[in-house]
Design a protein around this ligand. Sequence first.
Ligand SMILES: [Zn+2]
Length: 442
Amino acid sequence: MTYHRTNLARYRDIEFQPADEIRRVQEVLLREHVNYCAANSPYYRALFEKYAINPGEITLDNLPGIPPTGKEDLESKNDEFIATSTEKIVDIVFSSGTTGRPTRIVYTENDLQRLAYNEHQSFGAAGVTEHDTVLLTCTMDRCFVAGLAYFLGTRSIGAAAVRNGHGTMESHLEIIQRIAPSVIVGVPSFLLKLAAHINASGNEAAFNTVEKLFCIGEPVRNGDMAYLPAGEKLKNLWDTAVYSTYASTETVTTFCECTEECGGHLHPELAVVEVLDEEGTPAKHGSQGEVVVTPLGAEGMPLLRFKTGDISFLIDEPCGCGRRSPRLGPVLARKKQMIKLKGTTLYPQTIALALGDIPEISEHLLEVSSSDDLSDSVTVHVALNDPALSAEQVAKRLQSRLRVKPEVVIQPLAELRGRIFSPRYRKPIRFIDRREKRETIS
Ligand SMILES: [Zn+2]
Protein backbone atom coordinates (compact mmCIF):
# COMPACT_ATOMS: atom_id res chain seq x y z
CA MET A 1 0.00 0.00 0.00
CA THR A 2 1.34 3.42 -0.92
CA TYR A 3 0.50 6.79 0.53
CA HIS A 4 0.54 10.29 -0.82
CA ARG A 5 3.41 12.31 0.43
CA THR A 6 2.87 15.46 -1.58
CA ASN A 7 4.26 18.49 0.17
CA LEU A 8 1.45 20.91 -0.60
CA ALA A 9 3.24 23.93 0.89
CA ARG A 10 5.53 24.06 -2.12
CA TYR A 11 2.50 24.83 -4.31
CA ARG A 12 1.26 27.70 -2.15
CA ASP A 13 1.75 30.26 -4.94
CA ILE A 14 0.73 28.10 -7.90
CA GLU A 15 -2.47 30.13 -8.42
CA PHE A 16 -0.38 33.16 -9.35
CA GLN A 17 1.65 31.26 -11.97
CA PRO A 18 1.03 31.33 -15.75
CA ALA A 19 -1.57 28.90 -17.13
CA ASP A 20 1.01 26.50 -18.60
CA GLU A 21 2.80 26.17 -15.25
CA ILE A 22 -0.53 25.52 -13.51
CA ARG A 23 -1.27 22.83 -16.07
CA ARG A 24 2.16 21.26 -15.72
CA VAL A 25 1.73 20.94 -11.96
CA GLN A 26 -1.81 19.58 -12.35
CA GLU A 27 -0.62 16.89 -14.78
CA VAL A 28 1.97 15.72 -12.24
CA LEU A 29 -0.51 15.69 -9.36
CA LEU A 30 -3.24 14.03 -11.46
CA ARG A 31 -0.84 11.24 -12.44
CA GLU A 32 0.10 10.76 -8.79
CA HIS A 33 -3.58 10.70 -7.79
CA VAL A 34 -4.60 8.23 -10.51
CA ASN A 35 -1.69 5.96 -9.60
CA TYR A 36 -2.80 6.06 -5.98
CA CYS A 37 -6.38 5.15 -6.97
CA ALA A 38 -5.13 2.29 -9.16
CA ALA A 39 -2.93 0.93 -6.38
CA ASN A 40 -5.27 1.35 -3.42
CA SER A 41 -8.92 1.84 -4.37
CA PRO A 42 -10.85 -1.40 -5.05
CA TYR A 43 -13.58 0.65 -6.73
CA TYR A 44 -11.28 2.34 -9.23
CA ARG A 45 -9.24 -0.81 -9.86
CA ALA A 46 -12.49 -2.52 -10.88
CA LEU A 47 -13.57 0.49 -12.95
CA PHE A 48 -10.25 0.61 -14.85
CA GLU A 49 -10.53 -3.12 -15.52
CA LYS A 50 -14.18 -2.96 -16.60
CA TYR A 51 -13.54 -0.19 -19.12
CA ALA A 52 -10.06 -1.41 -20.12
CA ILE A 53 -8.51 1.87 -19.00
CA ASN A 54 -4.77 2.04 -18.54
CA PRO A 55 -4.44 4.41 -15.57
CA GLY A 56 -0.91 5.29 -16.67
CA GLU A 57 -2.38 6.95 -19.77
CA ILE A 58 -4.84 9.28 -17.98
CA THR A 59 -4.02 12.95 -18.54
CA LEU A 60 -5.91 16.24 -18.12
CA ASP A 61 -6.87 16.03 -21.80
CA ASN A 62 -8.44 12.57 -21.70
CA LEU A 63 -9.76 12.73 -18.11
CA PRO A 64 -13.29 13.61 -19.38
CA GLY A 65 -13.34 10.16 -21.02
CA ILE A 66 -13.19 8.37 -17.64
CA PRO A 67 -16.66 7.35 -16.41
CA PRO A 68 -17.67 9.77 -13.63
CA THR A 69 -18.46 8.65 -10.09
CA GLY A 70 -21.91 9.48 -8.71
CA LYS A 71 -23.19 9.83 -5.17
CA GLU A 72 -25.13 6.62 -5.78
CA ASP A 73 -21.86 4.74 -6.50
CA LEU A 74 -20.31 6.06 -3.31
CA GLU A 75 -23.41 5.00 -1.43
CA SER A 76 -23.94 1.52 -2.89
CA LYS A 77 -20.25 0.50 -3.00
CA ASN A 78 -19.12 2.48 0.01
CA ASP A 79 -16.54 -0.06 1.29
CA GLU A 80 -14.89 -0.35 -2.12
CA PHE A 81 -13.96 3.33 -2.06
CA ILE A 82 -11.85 2.99 1.08
CA ALA A 83 -8.26 3.15 -0.12
CA THR A 84 -6.41 3.00 3.13
CA SER A 85 -5.91 0.61 6.03
CA THR A 86 -7.97 0.98 9.20
CA GLU A 87 -5.08 2.32 11.28
CA LYS A 88 -4.63 5.25 8.90
CA ILE A 89 -8.25 6.44 9.30
CA VAL A 90 -8.48 9.29 11.81
CA ASP A 91 -11.92 10.80 11.20
CA ILE A 92 -15.23 9.45 9.92
CA VAL A 93 -18.08 11.71 8.78
CA PHE A 94 -21.32 11.33 6.87
CA SER A 95 -22.67 13.16 3.86
CA SER A 96 -26.31 13.19 2.85
CA GLY A 97 -26.99 10.28 0.51
CA THR A 98 -29.29 10.07 -2.48
CA THR A 99 -31.87 7.97 -0.66
CA GLY A 100 -31.73 9.73 2.68
CA ARG A 101 -29.28 7.24 4.19
CA PRO A 102 -26.08 9.16 4.97
CA THR A 103 -22.93 8.03 3.18
CA ARG A 104 -19.81 7.32 5.23
CA ILE A 105 -16.65 9.20 4.25
CA VAL A 106 -13.31 8.44 5.90
CA TYR A 107 -10.34 10.76 6.25
CA THR A 108 -6.69 10.06 7.00
CA GLU A 109 -4.29 12.38 8.81
CA ASN A 110 -3.06 13.53 5.38
CA ASP A 111 -6.65 14.32 4.35
CA LEU A 112 -7.12 16.57 7.40
CA GLN A 113 -3.78 18.25 6.76
CA ARG A 114 -4.82 18.73 3.14
CA LEU A 115 -8.08 20.27 4.36
CA ALA A 116 -6.20 22.58 6.74
CA TYR A 117 -3.99 23.67 3.84
CA ASN A 118 -7.10 24.21 1.67
CA GLU A 119 -8.78 26.45 4.26
CA HIS A 120 -5.49 28.22 4.93
CA GLN A 121 -5.32 29.11 1.24
CA SER A 122 -9.00 30.15 1.22
CA PHE A 123 -8.84 32.29 4.35
CA GLY A 124 -5.53 33.77 3.22
CA ALA A 125 -6.95 34.84 -0.17
CA ALA A 126 -9.76 36.61 1.67
CA GLY A 127 -7.29 38.49 3.86
CA VAL A 128 -7.59 36.55 7.12
CA THR A 129 -4.36 36.68 9.16
CA GLU A 130 -3.02 35.54 12.54
CA HIS A 131 -4.37 38.79 14.00
CA ASP A 132 -7.98 37.73 13.39
CA THR A 133 -10.44 36.12 15.77
CA VAL A 134 -12.84 33.76 14.00
CA LEU A 135 -16.26 32.92 15.42
CA LEU A 136 -17.38 29.55 14.05
CA THR A 137 -21.15 29.19 14.07
CA CYS A 138 -21.00 25.87 12.21
CA THR A 139 -20.99 22.75 14.30
CA MET A 140 -17.83 20.77 15.05
CA ASP A 141 -19.76 17.62 15.86
CA ARG A 142 -22.70 15.55 14.57
CA CYS A 143 -20.40 13.93 11.97
CA PHE A 144 -20.20 17.06 9.83
CA VAL A 145 -16.87 18.16 8.38
CA ALA A 146 -17.50 21.89 7.77
CA GLY A 147 -16.87 23.10 11.32
CA LEU A 148 -13.74 20.97 11.59
CA ALA A 149 -12.48 22.26 8.24
CA TYR A 150 -12.83 25.91 9.24
CA PHE A 151 -11.30 25.19 12.64
CA LEU A 152 -8.29 23.53 10.99
CA GLY A 153 -7.95 26.46 8.57
CA THR A 154 -8.18 29.00 11.37
CA ARG A 155 -5.48 27.15 13.31
CA SER A 156 -3.31 26.79 10.23
CA ILE A 157 -3.35 30.51 9.53
CA GLY A 158 -2.68 31.27 13.19
CA ALA A 159 -5.91 33.14 13.92
CA ALA A 160 -7.90 32.46 17.11
CA ALA A 161 -10.92 30.18 16.76
CA VAL A 162 -14.07 30.60 18.87
CA ARG A 163 -16.08 27.39 18.46
CA ASN A 164 -19.59 28.29 19.52
CA GLY A 165 -21.15 26.10 16.81
CA HIS A 166 -24.88 25.70 17.17
CA GLY A 167 -25.00 27.91 20.27
CA THR A 168 -28.03 30.06 20.98
CA MET A 169 -28.46 33.56 19.58
CA GLU A 170 -27.90 34.91 23.09
CA SER A 171 -24.61 33.04 23.47
CA HIS A 172 -23.36 34.18 20.08
CA LEU A 173 -24.22 37.79 20.93
CA GLU A 174 -22.49 37.53 24.28
CA ILE A 175 -19.38 36.11 22.63
CA ILE A 176 -19.36 38.83 19.99
CA GLN A 177 -19.57 41.45 22.77
CA ARG A 178 -16.87 39.84 24.92
CA ILE A 179 -14.41 38.52 22.33
CA ALA A 180 -15.01 41.03 19.48
CA PRO A 181 -14.43 38.59 16.58
CA SER A 182 -13.30 40.09 13.28
CA VAL A 183 -14.50 37.11 11.23
CA ILE A 184 -17.67 35.00 11.43
CA VAL A 185 -18.23 31.73 9.55
CA GLY A 186 -21.80 30.50 9.17
CA VAL A 187 -24.87 29.69 7.12
CA PRO A 188 -26.35 32.89 5.56
CA SER A 189 -29.89 32.36 6.88
CA PHE A 190 -28.46 31.87 10.38
CA LEU A 191 -26.27 34.98 10.11
CA LEU A 192 -29.37 36.95 9.07
CA LYS A 193 -31.24 35.69 12.13
CA LEU A 194 -28.28 36.58 14.33
CA ALA A 195 -28.22 40.11 12.88
CA ALA A 196 -31.96 40.45 13.54
CA HIS A 197 -31.39 39.29 17.13
CA ILE A 198 -28.59 41.82 17.62
CA ASN A 199 -30.82 44.61 16.30
CA ALA A 200 -33.87 43.52 18.29
CA SER A 201 -31.85 43.41 21.53
CA GLY A 202 -30.53 46.94 20.97
CA ASN A 203 -26.86 45.86 20.85
CA GLU A 204 -25.93 47.33 17.47
CA ALA A 205 -22.39 48.03 18.72
CA ALA A 206 -21.82 44.26 18.38
CA PHE A 207 -21.62 44.73 14.60
CA ASN A 208 -18.66 47.08 14.86
CA THR A 209 -15.77 44.66 15.19
CA VAL A 210 -16.87 42.16 12.54
CA GLU A 211 -15.08 42.74 9.22
CA LYS A 212 -15.71 39.57 7.25
CA LEU A 213 -18.49 37.02 6.94
CA PHE A 214 -17.79 33.62 5.37
CA CYS A 215 -21.02 32.16 4.04
CA ILE A 216 -21.35 28.39 3.80
CA GLY A 217 -24.09 26.01 2.68
CA GLU A 218 -26.33 28.51 0.92
CA PRO A 219 -25.57 30.75 -2.06
CA VAL A 220 -25.48 34.53 -1.62
CA ARG A 221 -25.17 35.41 -5.32
CA ASN A 222 -27.12 34.68 -8.47
CA GLY A 223 -25.82 33.66 -11.91
CA ASP A 224 -24.92 37.28 -12.73
CA MET A 225 -22.74 37.33 -9.60
CA ALA A 226 -25.02 39.99 -8.08
CA TYR A 227 -26.17 39.47 -4.52
CA LEU A 228 -29.35 37.51 -3.91
CA PRO A 229 -31.72 39.29 -1.50
CA ALA A 230 -30.19 37.35 1.42
CA GLY A 231 -26.66 38.35 0.41
CA GLU A 232 -27.70 41.98 0.02
CA LYS A 233 -29.32 41.95 3.46
CA LEU A 234 -26.24 40.37 5.04
CA LYS A 235 -24.01 42.99 3.51
CA ASN A 236 -26.23 45.82 4.72
CA LEU A 237 -27.01 44.48 8.19
CA TRP A 238 -23.45 43.52 9.09
CA ASP A 239 -21.74 46.17 6.95
CA THR A 240 -18.91 43.73 6.22
CA ALA A 241 -17.29 41.90 3.34
CA VAL A 242 -19.39 38.83 2.48
CA TYR A 243 -17.44 35.88 1.08
CA SER A 244 -19.07 32.81 -0.34
CA THR A 245 -17.47 29.38 -0.04
CA TYR A 246 -18.32 26.12 -1.75
CA ALA A 247 -17.38 22.72 -0.42
CA SER A 248 -18.38 19.10 -0.49
CA THR A 249 -17.80 16.44 2.14
CA GLU A 250 -17.03 13.76 -0.41
CA THR A 251 -14.31 15.66 -2.24
CA VAL A 252 -12.92 17.18 0.99
CA THR A 253 -12.13 20.31 -1.02
CA THR A 254 -13.41 23.89 -0.72
CA PHE A 255 -13.34 26.92 -2.99
CA CYS A 256 -13.66 30.36 -1.45
CA GLU A 257 -13.89 33.89 -2.76
CA CYS A 258 -10.86 36.18 -2.44
CA THR A 259 -10.95 39.83 -1.38
CA GLU A 260 -12.40 40.68 -4.80
CA GLU A 261 -15.61 38.75 -3.92
CA CYS A 262 -16.18 37.41 -7.43
CA GLY A 263 -16.38 33.61 -7.33
CA GLY A 264 -14.54 30.85 -5.47
CA HIS A 265 -10.94 30.38 -6.59
CA LEU A 266 -10.08 26.88 -7.73
CA HIS A 267 -6.94 25.47 -6.18
CA PRO A 268 -5.08 23.69 -9.01
CA GLU A 269 -2.93 21.70 -6.59
CA LEU A 270 -6.02 20.35 -4.80
CA ALA A 271 -8.57 19.58 -7.47
CA VAL A 272 -9.37 19.28 -11.15
CA VAL A 273 -12.80 20.85 -11.63
CA GLU A 274 -15.05 20.25 -14.64
CA VAL A 275 -18.52 21.55 -15.45
CA LEU A 276 -20.61 19.13 -17.54
CA ASP A 277 -23.67 19.87 -19.64
CA GLU A 278 -26.85 17.75 -19.69
CA GLU A 279 -25.21 15.22 -22.00
CA GLY A 280 -22.27 14.81 -19.63
CA THR A 281 -19.77 16.52 -21.92
CA PRO A 282 -17.72 19.54 -20.81
CA ALA A 283 -19.90 22.66 -20.88
CA LYS A 284 -18.73 25.63 -22.93
CA HIS A 285 -16.71 27.94 -20.73
CA GLY A 286 -19.01 30.07 -18.65
CA SER A 287 -22.03 27.85 -19.36
CA GLN A 288 -23.95 26.25 -16.54
CA GLY A 289 -23.66 22.57 -15.79
CA GLU A 290 -22.95 20.01 -13.11
CA VAL A 291 -19.78 20.54 -11.08
CA VAL A 292 -17.51 17.48 -11.25
CA VAL A 293 -14.48 17.39 -8.97
CA THR A 294 -11.36 15.21 -8.90
CA PRO A 295 -9.82 15.91 -5.48
CA LEU A 296 -6.07 15.53 -6.07
CA GLY A 297 -4.26 13.92 -3.19
CA ALA A 298 -7.33 12.77 -1.25
CA GLU A 299 -6.30 9.56 0.47
CA GLY A 300 -8.97 7.91 2.63
CA MET A 301 -11.60 7.76 -0.12
CA PRO A 302 -9.95 9.13 -3.27
CA LEU A 303 -12.35 10.05 -6.07
CA LEU A 304 -12.06 10.52 -9.80
CA ARG A 305 -14.55 12.81 -11.50
CA PHE A 306 -17.05 12.98 -8.65
CA LYS A 307 -20.42 14.37 -9.70
CA THR A 308 -21.40 16.80 -6.95
CA GLY A 309 -24.98 17.24 -8.17
CA ASP A 310 -24.52 21.02 -7.94
CA ILE A 311 -25.18 23.28 -10.92
CA SER A 312 -22.76 26.18 -11.43
CA PHE A 313 -20.32 27.62 -13.98
CA LEU A 314 -16.65 28.53 -14.30
CA ILE A 315 -15.33 32.09 -14.58
CA ASP A 316 -12.14 32.39 -16.58
CA GLU A 317 -11.55 36.16 -16.64
CA PRO A 318 -8.48 37.29 -14.68
CA CYS A 319 -9.17 38.20 -11.06
CA GLY A 320 -8.20 41.55 -9.55
CA CYS A 321 -6.26 39.72 -6.83
CA GLY A 322 -3.70 38.47 -9.36
CA ARG A 323 -4.57 34.78 -9.09
CA ARG A 324 -4.82 33.05 -12.45
CA SER A 325 -6.87 30.04 -11.41
CA PRO A 326 -10.44 29.98 -12.75
CA ARG A 327 -13.24 30.64 -10.28
CA LEU A 328 -16.41 28.74 -9.54
CA GLY A 329 -19.67 30.69 -9.61
CA PRO A 330 -22.40 30.28 -7.00
CA VAL A 331 -24.37 27.05 -6.80
CA LEU A 332 -27.45 27.88 -8.84
CA ALA A 333 -29.33 24.66 -8.24
CA ARG A 334 -29.16 21.01 -7.22
CA LYS A 335 -29.35 18.71 -10.22
CA LYS A 336 -31.66 16.21 -8.52
CA GLN A 337 -34.09 19.04 -7.73
CA MET A 338 -34.63 19.69 -11.43
CA ILE A 339 -38.34 20.03 -12.06
CA LYS A 340 -40.03 18.97 -15.28
CA LEU A 341 -43.13 21.08 -15.68
CA LYS A 342 -45.23 21.11 -18.82
CA GLY A 343 -42.31 20.40 -21.13
CA THR A 344 -39.94 22.86 -19.46
CA THR A 345 -37.13 22.09 -17.04
CA LEU A 346 -36.54 24.47 -14.17
CA TYR A 347 -35.03 24.50 -10.70
CA PRO A 348 -36.58 25.43 -7.34
CA GLN A 349 -34.08 28.28 -7.02
CA THR A 350 -35.36 29.78 -10.28
CA ILE A 351 -38.90 29.80 -8.91
CA ALA A 352 -37.65 31.22 -5.58
CA LEU A 353 -35.88 34.05 -7.41
CA ALA A 354 -39.06 34.86 -9.36
CA LEU A 355 -41.05 34.84 -6.10
CA GLY A 356 -38.49 37.14 -4.49
CA ASP A 357 -39.22 39.73 -7.17
CA ILE A 358 -42.92 39.97 -6.24
CA PRO A 359 -42.98 42.47 -3.35
CA GLU A 360 -46.48 41.46 -2.22
CA ILE A 361 -45.19 38.02 -1.22
CA SER A 362 -44.14 37.84 2.45
CA GLU A 363 -43.22 34.14 2.55
CA HIS A 364 -43.12 31.26 0.12
CA LEU A 365 -42.78 27.49 0.14
CA LEU A 366 -42.50 25.25 -2.90
CA GLU A 367 -43.89 21.74 -3.00
CA VAL A 368 -43.24 19.31 -5.85
CA SER A 369 -44.85 15.91 -6.34
CA SER A 370 -45.11 13.34 -9.11
CA SER A 371 -48.10 13.51 -11.40
CA ASP A 372 -49.49 10.82 -13.67
CA ASP A 373 -47.75 11.97 -16.83
CA LEU A 374 -44.05 12.72 -17.26
CA SER A 375 -44.51 16.18 -15.77
CA ASP A 376 -44.03 17.06 -12.10
CA SER A 377 -46.75 18.79 -10.15
CA VAL A 378 -45.68 22.09 -8.59
CA THR A 379 -47.55 23.98 -5.88
CA VAL A 380 -46.31 27.36 -4.68
CA HIS A 381 -47.59 28.26 -1.22
CA VAL A 382 -47.45 31.99 -0.55
CA ALA A 383 -48.42 34.44 2.19
CA LEU A 384 -49.28 37.89 0.85
CA ASN A 385 -49.07 41.35 2.36
CA ASP A 386 -51.65 42.63 -0.13
CA PRO A 387 -55.08 41.01 0.33
CA ALA A 388 -56.23 42.36 -3.04
CA LEU A 389 -53.85 40.07 -4.95
CA SER A 390 -55.32 36.72 -6.06
CA ALA A 391 -53.61 33.36 -6.47
CA GLU A 392 -54.28 33.56 -10.22
CA GLN A 393 -52.55 36.95 -10.45
CA VAL A 394 -49.48 35.59 -8.62
CA ALA A 395 -49.48 32.54 -10.94
CA LYS A 396 -49.61 34.79 -14.01
CA ARG A 397 -46.73 36.91 -12.77
CA LEU A 398 -44.70 33.76 -12.20
CA GLN A 399 -45.63 32.53 -15.67
CA SER A 400 -44.20 35.68 -17.24
CA ARG A 401 -40.83 34.83 -15.66
CA LEU A 402 -40.84 31.03 -15.79
CA ARG A 403 -42.79 30.47 -19.05
CA VAL A 404 -44.95 27.91 -17.27
CA LYS A 405 -47.73 28.55 -14.77
CA PRO A 406 -47.44 26.71 -11.44
CA GLU A 407 -50.38 26.25 -9.09
CA VAL A 408 -50.42 28.96 -6.43
CA VAL A 409 -52.07 28.56 -3.01
CA ILE A 410 -52.47 31.52 -0.65
CA GLN A 411 -51.96 30.72 3.04
CA PRO A 412 -52.12 32.86 6.20
CA LEU A 413 -48.66 34.19 7.14
CA ALA A 414 -48.50 32.53 10.59
CA GLU A 415 -49.53 29.16 9.20
CA LEU A 416 -46.96 29.26 6.40
CA ARG A 417 -44.21 30.47 8.73
CA GLY A 418 -44.99 27.51 10.98
CA ARG A 419 -44.12 25.19 8.09
CA ILE A 420 -41.05 27.12 6.92
CA PHE A 421 -39.39 27.68 10.30
CA SER A 422 -39.66 24.25 11.81
CA PRO A 423 -37.92 23.83 15.19
CA ARG A 424 -36.60 20.49 13.87
CA TYR A 425 -34.37 22.16 11.28
CA ARG A 426 -31.75 24.89 11.53
CA LYS A 427 -32.41 26.20 8.05
CA PRO A 428 -35.79 27.49 6.84
CA ILE A 429 -37.61 24.94 4.67
CA ARG A 430 -38.58 26.40 1.31
CA PHE A 431 -38.67 23.30 -0.87
CA ILE A 432 -40.46 20.03 -0.22
CA ASP A 433 -39.85 17.30 -2.76
CA ARG A 434 -42.51 14.58 -2.61
CA ARG A 435 -41.59 12.95 -5.88
CA GLU A 436 -41.15 9.21 -5.82
CA LYS A 437 -37.98 7.96 -4.09
CA ARG A 438 -36.72 11.42 -3.26
CA GLU A 439 -38.82 12.72 -0.42
CA THR A 440 -36.57 15.49 0.86
CA ILE A 441 -36.79 18.95 2.29
CA SER A 442 -34.37 21.79 1.85
ZN1 LIG B 1 -9.20 36.62 -6.77
